[in-house]
Every structure is written in C-alpha cells, then in structure tokens.
Design a protein around this ligand. Structure first.
Ligand code: HEM
Ligand code: HEM
Length: 549
C-alpha cells in the first residue's frame, strides 16, 4: 500500500525504486477492489480438456456477440407501429404504407453503414446460439454431467435455453414484416386457446384486438431488456456454479471423483478461450457476410389480412409450430365456450416435453436412488437407457421440426402436405420408441465390443498362418491407459425392495410408489441394460495365454 512510501508529495522517487507500471496499476486496483486474493485463488483453477467442453463456450461467445450487435441495432431501430409511407432507397417499396418498425429495419438494411451486416450477424448468432445450447445441453445429458451436484446448474441452463427461444421469437417479431406478423398471429392463436385466461392475456398483451398498436413496443422492451437481463444473470450464475463445482472430466488414469486433471485457467485456458472467441466471431461474421438471413424487403410489411407462403419460424421454434400444424383441428363446446383442443393440446405437449427434460436429473436420481456426487462423466454407451431416452427425446423434437416445415417439405420434394402430416403423426408415437430400441441395442453392442477389446486386445489387421494351416488375426494388447478407460465405469445395481417379511415374520409395509420405483429401476437399469464388465479373473485367464491369439 502507498503508506509504505517515504516520498514527500510532489518529489518524484528515484526511478530504480519504482515498481513496474503494471504492478503499480495492479496495486492501485487491488487497494480499492481487493481482487488479488480472489484472482490468486482462481487463476490457477484447473480445467479438464475435451473437445465437447467447447460447446458451452460457443454459447457464451455467441451470446456476447448477440449483445454487442443488438446494442448497435437499438441505435437505429424504431419500435413503433405508427404508419408511415416509405420513401427510402429501396425502389420496389416506394410509396408503400408500413409501420415505423418495418421502415426502420429497411433503413438498417439499406442506409445504415454496416447495418445489414450487423443485422445478419445478430440473427445468425441467435440461430447458432440456440443450436449451441441444444448441443451443449445434450453433451451434458448424454454424459450424465447433470447429476449431483450439478442439478441446479442444469436447471439454470435449461431456463437459458427456453428464454433463448423466446428472446429469439420476440427478436424476429420486431421488424414487423409479413413473416414476423404471421408468427405473432400464430402466438396469439395459441394464447387464445388457453381456457378462461386466454382472451384476457391476449387483450392485455396486444393492448386490445389483434394486432393492436402496442405489441412491437412491448416486445422491444422484452427483447432488449427483460429477457436478455434475466439471461445475463443466469449466465453469470451458471458460470459461477461451473467454477464452484469444478468441471467434470472423462475417466482416465489418475482421474477420480475427488480431483480434476487438466490445464490451469491462466494462462492456458484463457489464451485458448480468447482465441476461440475470435474464431466464433469470425465464423459467424463470414456466414453473415455471405448468407442472407431474413431478407425482410422480399415479402413486405405485415398486414393482418395476408399470410406469406412458406412461412417458417427460426429453427428453434419449428418444434412448437410442428405440434400445431399436425394436430387434427379438434374443437369441443363446454358450457357455451369453445375449447380449441387442436391448439391447446399442442401447447400443453410443448410444455410437457420441455418440462420432462428440465426435471430429468431429479427423475433419474429418484429412480436410481443414487444420491452420490458424480464428477466423472459416463460414456453414453455405458448408460444405455439414459442415452436411448435422450435420443428418443431428440427424435420427437426433430419429427416435430419436420411437421413445422411441412409446407417446405411438400413444395421442395413434391410431396402431399397431408401425407407429411400423417407421417409426422405416426412418427410422433412410433419414432421415439424405435429410436429408444435401436439406440439401446447400439449402446449394448458397443459395450460388448469394449469388453471384447479388453479381453482379446485390438485387432491389428495382421493375419498369421499357424503351423497346422489355420489363419488367425493377431490381436494386440491394449495400453494400460486404454484398458483403464474401457473398464473404469461403474455399473448400476437396480434398487431392491428387499424381503417384505423380517425374521420374526413381521410384515413390512411397502408403498405402491416404492414398488413402482423398484420396477422402474430394474427395467431401466437392470441386468438387461448392461453388459457385465470383464472381471480381473476373466482378464487374467484369457491374457495368460489360453485362448489368446
Ligand atoms: C447461455 C447459454 C449457456 C452458456 C453460456 C453455457 C456455458 C457453459 C460453460 C462455458 C460450461 C463449461 C464448459 C462446458 O462444459 O461446455 C458449461 C457447463 C455446464 N452447462 Fe452450460 N451453458 C449454457 C446453457 C446450458 C444449457 C442449455 C444447459 C442444460 C440444460 C447447461 C448445463 C450445463 C451444465 C450441467 C454444465 C456443467 C457441466 C460439467 O461440469 O461437465 N448449460 N456451461
Ligand atoms: C439471447 C438474446 C437475443 C436473441 C436470441 C436475439 C435474436 C434476435 C433476432 C432473431 C432478431 C431478428 C433480426 C432480423 O431482423 O433478422 C432480433 C432483432 C433485434 N434485436 Fe435481438 N436478440 C437477442 C438479444 C438482443 C439484445 C440484448 C439487444 C439489444 C441490446 C437486441 C436488439 C435487437 C434489435 C434492436 C432488433 C431489431 C432490429 C432488426 O430486426 O434488425 N437483441 N434479435
């Protein structure tokens, strides 16, 4: 601290006694912020390395890019539904009536320096952000990284995914072009289908009858402030928790549930991360510079009496759209009120299917009864039921995405729209079941291959002829490291209810819930769901020469 100095004010200290400038700045900052001890404790934090741990970073960097470009767009975008007549540089729109929001987006695209590029970067980054979150979420799912103690962080992440979807939706609704207006109309239909509260919510949100004059301004506040603000808080919380829990790692020699093997945060990880940020930014900018996204000038301003053909939401909303498109248009009448099941059921299913994923960590730990901490990741093949359930979920998602784009599939592949709707309806039920069975079999097959490798070594491709004429392939033994990786996973033992009568003949009460739990545990994690790992005896027996090629 500066109290140690003997300098009188104004008299410069001799140069050789001065600390380097960097150190003095650091000292100055530390005296006011006290960050030294915090940094010291965390700078050498170890991060394990695996390519799939980059996915969270892609989410982070695309989020930052979205915020940076979003701020630029706010400088020129006018969130107003007031009508104006267009007199800008885009000739085909001359004299056309449109909202100020649409006119200002045309202005951003044609007049503002770098405007079109920034708009495109913002939109492409949003598409990549959500794709990144989707893949990151499934990296976490398939490796079981959501298990204790990371369940809350899974929920934080899940919220980020859902809020990201709605932030994207409010964003692409802002330009008030024909496509975005169609999307808003779709949403109003979904809101109206809610019993009792639907009409009130719609009137409140739109400030009267659709489309009203308020929705763009309201979506604007939600889009640039409310949702990104919450998301920013969640991202910070998410990363603090990643720090606090420490990152998980895949099994390997020397890696246990109690340590982390990897590189220090500073300088190695920070340097990598910094470079990776610019790579992601560069990649998104190149795409934005060469691939048009949302050319709003092509379809004109929104008018409630028109709908554009091939109207598609961004990919992350296609799943919700699919439910509505393929659902039969059922309606029932209850006490003089119409209940639009054709929209209400899709709305409920949308929430249910997403909710199931959010709650999965809790459901799984309830079924397995596993309350231990897990810092070593599972290989997807070693948790066949979980992997198969995840693939079944993804299958529903993508089947519904096909449903959401049924018109595009029909026009591009010359197919009947009805045939596609029927395909999606059948696939909604059959697809996940099929995906579950096939995935589980593949996982078990891979487990069998791992066992085979452990016991008989790696196929070398060398064919040898034995003295009695038989041809055999030479198998090479695995390295100890490889052997460790293939055998480190633990195998679940399903929950047992145990004897219901004790040695004195007293019956123990077992609730129906406990029975269901034990049955689920057995059918999901029982013997049929895993290939027993080779035992040390088996390994010794085979590698000692008998039967070994
Ligand atoms: C704005 C969106 C998100 C950002 C910026 C983000 C960022 C990150 C980062 C940088 C990591 C550490 C590196 C890695 O494992 O990839 C991480 C880990 C994690 N993320 Fe996310 N994430 C986001 C969304 C999600 C979502 C949607 C989920 C799941 C629903 C999720 C769940 C997790 C979990 C459980 C971990 C800990 C994993 C472990 O330690 O192995 N995150 N996240
Ligand atoms: C997760 C966060 C966000 C997502 C997913 C997102 C997504 C989008 C999308 C898809 C659009 C439509 C772009 C187009 O015209 O083609 C948009 C528009 C817009 N966004 Fe965002 N955005 C996010 C955050 C922000 C933030 C933080 C700001 C400002 C601080 C912002 C400002 C704007 C503005 C002003 C527009 C209208 C201009 C235009 O459409 O070109 N956004 N956003």
């Amino acid at each position: 601290m500066s109290t140690a100095t003997t300098n009188t004010p104004g008299a410069a200290a001799p140069d050789n006694r001065k600390a380097p400038a960097g150190e003095r700045v650091a000292d100055w900052a530390d005296g006011r912020l006290g960050i030294y001890s915090l940094a010291k404790a965390n700078m050498r934090k170890i991060f394990p390395d695996h390519w799939s741990f980059m996915l969270g970073e892609i989410c982070l960097y695309s989020f930052i890019i979205i915020i940076l470009t979003g701020v630029y767009l706010t400088l020129f975008f006018h969130p107003s539904m007031n009508e104006v007549v267009y007199h800008g540089p885009y000739e085909p729109m001359q004299g056309i009536r449109m909202s100020e929001a649409y006119a200002s987006t045309l202005n951003i695209s044609f007049d503002v320096r770098g405007g079109l590029l920034v708009r495109q970067i913002h939109h492409w980054a949003a598409v990549i952000f959500l794709a990144g979150m989707f893949v990151h979420m499934f990296r976490v799912f398939f490796t079981g990284a959501y298990r204790k103690p990371r369940e809350i962080n899974w929920l934080f992440g899940f919220l980020l995914f859902v809020l990201g979807m709605f932030t994207g939706f409010t964003g692409y609704s802002l330009p008030d072009d024909l496509l975005s207006g169609t999307g808003v109309r779709f949403t109003q239909g979904a809101i109206l289908s809610m019993p009792v509260v639907g009409t009130y919510i719609s009137m409140f949100l739109f400030g009267g009858e659709f489309p009203g004059g308020d929705i763009i301004a309201r979506f604007y506040s939600i889009h640039i402030l409310l949702l990104p603000g919450i998301m920013l808080g969640l991202v910070v919380g998410h990363l603090i928790l990643v720090f606090y829990h420490k990152h998980t790692q895949f099994a390997g020699p020397g890696r246990t549930n109690k340590n982390v093997v990897g590189m220090p945060l500073l300088p190695v990880y920070m340097a990598k991360a910094g470079g990776f940020f610019f790579l992601v930014f560069g990649f998104i900018s190149v795409i934005a510079a060469i691939a048009t996204i949302n050319p709003i000038w092509g379809i004109g301003p929104y008018r409630p009496d028109q709908v554009s053909t091939g109207a598609q939401p961004d990919w992350y909303m296609g799943f919700a759209e699919g439910f509505v498109r393929v659902m039969p248009g059922w309606e029932i009448n209850l006490w003089g009120h119409t209940l639009v099941l054709g929209v209400l059921i899709p709305l409920v299913l949308f929430g249910l299917i997403l909710g199931l994923l959010a709650l999965w960590p809790f459901i799984e730990s309830w079924i397995t009864g596993d309350k231990r901490e897990h810092h070593i990741l599972d290989k997807p093949r070693n948790a066949p039921t979980r992997t198969a359930l995840g693939v079944a979920w993804v299958t529903i998602y993508f089947v519904m995405l096909i449903g959401g784009g049924n018109d595009i599939w029909a026009t591009h592949f010359d197919l009947s729209l009805n045939a596609i709707s029927w395909f999606v309806r059948v696939a909604f039920f059959a697809g996940p079941v099929l995906a579950f069975i096939v995935t589980r079999r593949i996982c078990l097959g891979l487990q069998r291959r791992d066992k085979e490798k452990v016991l008989h070594g790696r196929e070398s491709g060398l064919i040898k002829r034995l003295p009695h004429g038989e041809f055999v392939e030479v198998h090479e033994p695995l390295s100890p490291e490889h052997l460790h990786k293939l055998t480190a996973h633990e195998q679940y033992k399903p929950l047992e209810i145990g004897p219901t009568v004790d040695e004195n003949g007293v019956e123990r009460k077992v609730s129906r819930l406990q029975k269901v739990r034990a049955r689920l545990s057995k059918s999901l994690y029982g013997e049929d769901n895993q290939i027993a790992k080779p035992t040390a005896e088996e390994y010794k027996e085979i590698t000692s020469g008998h039967g070994h090629h």
